[in-house]
Design a protein around this ligand. Structure first.
Ligand code: ADP
Length: 236
């Protein structure tokens, strides 16, 4: 069912999502995202960004249309393949979602333990991703002992530890000050430069305008703009 060599890591063909109450959150969306791209998803509140992201994670199913994520056909994939899809994705949220009673090390290691990675591989990989995000020295800390930016860096380490080909970030800088946001974006840039595809929903006009990456703008469930190296396009 999975064909990892596809050029498009995400393909939406005529994708619509209509919630039970009749709200049309996405309306016949056609887009494709190639492996290695860095894509910002922008749009006002209620535009359909979260719906877009939940579909990619298969948290919800489309009402109609074709959706391929990392080679998986979201509509047709059998239930037992869902964990494999999720493992091929790294997900980062605005509110970090760390386990409060686990240390930095354990938070990251947990993502590997659930897939039963050998102990030595866990040690090596966790140390390596903590180096990537610059937090190796704080491996024994609990989330409550870290700043917001540090917590988000742990979340990034956790998202990349299983080498996903696609990172999906939903407002990852939404709770951070501008300077810390740029530290997070620097890490994303490096991860992307190493070949990982990044799809990031954001309201941060400065970041989108400065980075000049591909921008998909959603309004009322429709893609109204798709620019190769665009700006935010709205007033902040
Ligand atoms: P955004 O993330 O851009 O703010 P959403 O994808 O959350 O937008 O919402 C798009 C539209 O779908 C909005 O009109 C919203 O009210 C509606 N919507 C979102 N989630 C649900 C839901 N679970 N049930 C019904 N309507 C929903």
């Amino acid at each position: 069912m999975k064909s990892p060599n596809e050029i498009n890591i995400i393909k939406m063909k005529n994708i619509s999502k209509i919630y039970d109450n009749g709200a049309v959150a996405l309306d016949k969306v056609d887009i494709s995202i190639k492996r290695g791209e860095f894509v910002f998803i922008v749009g006002t509140s209620g535009a359909g960004k979260s719906t877009f992201i939940k579909l990619l994670l298969r948290e919800i199913l489309p009402t109609s249309g074709l959706l391929l994520v990392n080679g998986y056909d979201i509509n047709k994939m059998p239930r037992h393949e869902i964990p494999y899809l999720r493992r091929s994705l790294g997900v980062i949220f605005q509110d970090y979602r760390l386990l409060p009673n686990k240390t930095v090390y354990e938070n990251v290691a947990f993502a590997m333990r659930v897939i039963e990675s050998p102990r030595r591989l866990v040690l090596r990989s966790v140390n390596s991703v903590l180096d990537v995000v610059g937090l190796r020295a704080k491996y024994k800390c609990f989330p409550s002992q870290l700043s917001g930016g540090e917590q988000q860096r742990v979340a990034i380490a956790r998202a990349i530890v299983n080498n996903p080909s696609l990172i999906i970030a939903d407002e990852p800088t939404g709770n951070l000050d501008p300077e810390t946001s740029w530290e997070i974006m620097d890490i994303f840039q490096r991860i992307n430069a190493a070949g990982t595809t990044i799809v990031m929903a954001t309201h941060d006009k400065t970041i989108v305008d400065t980075m000049q990456k591909r921008v998909l703008a959603i309004e009322n469930g429709c893609i109204v703009r798709d620019e190769a190296s665009g700006g935010y396009g709205y007033e902040a």
